[in-house]
Design a protein around this ligand. Structure first.
Ligand code: FAD
Length: 472
């Protein structure tokens, strides 16, 4: 069979590699001129390598973990996680450690936190509609305002009462104040012996960053004489109401296939369909929102700037949301001893003031904020920098996104040989493992299986395929 795959991110490449192994003819069309790996790429700059964010390789699925290790059998390193929260001039351990939090907050604020926790336990918010409700019900309003509010608002660019409770439920489910404290005191004894996802203390990482995984996957596909076409953005998906016939790329080429697996953003997929889908589906697609992201990478002439892999910056006094120290992910990401690459993460909307600021202005902002936080002593320590903008880094879970996605899903299901996969492809806050799982199942569907990819969710452990319902 001839399968056209759109996007060479983790999802597209995983689907591609899986279908190549089964002997199919595969063509992957990728918009980016140079990088594979999508959001999980590793950027290369003058001998330095850095991620978009920082990509931990962690999965509850043995299938995914094996897939990673089979692809890169000798290149995984085990990284001990150290991350802290910077808030009002103090560093809090994260995951929270009871005594450290108590010490930093002081007795009075800690007392208020306990009081507000007890209050919400006695009188919880009856209907958890927003992120604010969800977290407050579990942590109390005081802890919510200290540890969740400012950072979450930086990430999403909107007040916490306008962020869906689904986000919290999916992202930090299993993490209650009780389990956080329990974990702080008895780290081995997590609930039912499971690792609570946000509390992972150690993770796997490819020596040269996640891009190494995706470049290897691309190379394996190319070695099997299949195609990965770079700089090839899909703009039109031609269909006859029942099946997709071909896709058209911006360079005017047309790609026919028997089956189409699409990881480009769901909004763009709907808009690309020709003939156009009904106005309700187009309207639903237009309502889907995204949060964009930029990294200011700064090169510092110092070996140990701070010990963390990353620091969350909850402090409202700076625009910075999080800082990665890539030296502490893997020493191999830095070209020489005595230097460090820091990734300063700014959350923004494509086209806003931050996004449109010149690279020079952003590098200056980064240098200023690093000094303001006391992480470097003089601007002279920073000898180079660059900026990477990543549009659509986060699919937003706005108040009605689930209904909109469901409506689009029903529309797309009319096209029997089209499958959407991955993170933006399904408008799901998926990590690499879930993005890959949708891809593996899509590849099986091409061969006649009937997995419902929408059942793969970030809570599902999917150790066994049986856990995922099949169509009808
Ligand atoms: C800051 C940050 C940190 C993260 N940290 C982690 C982590 O620690 N661990 C983890 O597992 N996951 C992490 N993730 C999530 C991870 O990045 C994603 O789950 C993963 O990259 C999704 O893979 P994908 O293939 O679905 O999508 P993407 O990575 O978005 O790839 C989609 C690809 O499609 C291409 N494309 C788009 N439109 C078109 C078009 N019209 N035509 C052709 N090609 C197109 C894009 O260029 C891209 O290459 C993080 C994400 C962010 C934003």
């Amino acid at each position: 069979m001839k399968i056209i795959i759109i996007g060479a991110g983790p999802a597209g490449l995983t689907a591609g590699a899986s279908l190549v192994e089964k002997g199919h003819q595969v063509i992957i069309l990728e918009k980016d001129d140079n990088y594979v790996g999508g959001i999980s790429r590793t950027v290369k700059y003058k001998g330095f390598r850095f991620d978009i964010g920082g990509h931990r390789f962690f999965s509850k699925s043995a299938e995914i973990t094996d897939w990673w290790h089979n692809r890169l059998p000798n290149d995984f390193i085990k990284v001990r996680r150290l991350s802290r929260i910077y808030y009002r001039g103090k560093f809090f351990d994260y995951p929270l450690k009871a005594f450290n939090a108590l010490f930093n907050l002081g007795i009075w604020t800690s007392f208020l936190c306990v009081l507000s926790y007890l209050k919400v336990k006695l009188r919880p918010i009856p209907e958890e509609r927003s992120f604010q409700d969800w977290v407050s019900n579990r942590f109390g309003k005081k802890l919510f305002s200290i540890f969740f509010k400012t950072y979450t608002e930086k990430v999403w660019g909107r007040p916490c009462d306008q962020i869906s409770a689904d986000w919290a439920a999916q992202r930090i489910k299993g993490l209650s104040l009780v389990s956080a404290v329990q974990h702080a005191l008895f780290p081995q004894k997590t609930k039912k012996g499971e690792v609570v996802k946000t509390l992972i203390e150690e993770f796997q990482y490819p020596r040269l960053g996640p891009g190494m995984m995706w470049e290897k996957t691309r190379d394996d596909i190319l070695a099997s004489e299949r195609r990965v076409e770079m700089g090839t953005a899909v703009k039109k998906i031609e269909h006859d109401g029942m099946r997709v016939i071909a896709v058209e790329t911006e360079d005017g080429r047309r790609w026919e296939g028997d089956s189409f697996i699409v990881s480009m953003p769901l909004q763009e997929t709907v808009r690309a369909l020709a003939p156009a889908v009904p106005p309700e589906a187009l309207a639903a697609a237009s309502r889907l929102e995204y949060r964009d992201f930029l990294t200011v990478a700064l090169m510092v002439r110092r070996e140990n700037v701070f010990p963390d892999n990353w620091i969350y910056i909850h402090d409202p006094g700076v625009k910075l949301g999080r800082i990665q120290n890539f030296n502490n992910w893997s020493r191999a990401l830095t070209p020489e001893a005595g230097v460090t690459c820091l990734g300063l993460e700014y959350f923004c909307f494509e086209g806003d003031e931050m996004w449109n600021a010149s690279d020079e202005m952003l590098i200056d902002l980064g240098k200023r904020e690093l000094r303001q936080l006391g992480l470097v002593s003089t601007a002279d320590e920073i000898f180079d920098g660059c900026v990477v903008r990543m549009p659509k880094a986060y699919p937003v879970y706005g108040p009605n996104y689930a209904d909109d996605v469901a409506l689009i899903q029903r529309e797309l299901e009319k096209l029997s040989n089209l499958q959407v996969i991955g993170r933006n492809g399904m408008h799901r806050y998926n990590n690499m493992d879930h993005s890959m799982m949708t891809a593996l199942l899509a590849a099986r569907n091409v061969e006649g299986a009937r997995f419902d990819l929408w059942q793969v969710n970030t809570d599902a452990e999917y150790h066994e395929e049986k856990q995922i319902r099949t169509h009808k």
